[in-house]
Design a protein around this ligand. Structure first.
Ligand code: FES
Length: 143
């Protein structure tokens, strides 16, 4: 009788210990290896009304899950590039006073064609196409 009670206590303690370990390890493992997130391939995105973008301004907009830097240089001169710096993936920004694209992380500088002017970025920014349709700005992948 005594040994069966002891067996039940050991069984409960062991189950509790296994449960505690599992509840600790599961979130750690999910953090280390997150589940795959299915992402729909985006080839075009409507990013806002034309009048939301003043001349000589730049704004980071969403292209699916990616940030894109949309620049309006003149009323009919639009540029768009991946906003992810090719050095260490910081988000770049448009500097209207210098008319250039700048990465604040390590002072990387790109021209308005996305080419590297100075700093550590190893490659140019990926360009995107910009179209206007019914007063809306459309950014699309370059073919
Ligand atoms: S991350 Fe942009 S220059 Fe380093």
């Amino acid at each position: 009788m005594e040994s069966s009670r002891r067996g039940i206590v050991y069984w409960l303690l062991g189950g509790g210990l296994i449960g505690s370990l599992a509840s600790f390890l599961y979130p750690v493992l999910r953090y280390i290896r997150p589940p795959e997130v299915a992402q729909a391939a985006v080839s075009e995105a409507e990013v806002g009304a034309v009048n939301q973008f003043p001349v000589n301004s730049g704004k980071v907009v969403r292209f699916g899950s990616k940030p894109v830097l949309l620049i309006r240089l003149a009323s009919d001169d639009w540029r768009a590039f991946s906003a992810t710096c090719t050095h260490l993936a910081c988000i770049v920004q448009y500097q209207p006073e210098r008319q250039r694209i700048w990465c604040a992380c390590h002072n990387g500088v790109y021209d308005l064609n996305g080419r590297v002017i100075s700093g550590p970025p190893p490659r140019p920014l990926e360009p995107f196409d910009v179209h206007l349709r019914d007063g809306e700005v459309i950014v699309s992948k370059r073919a």
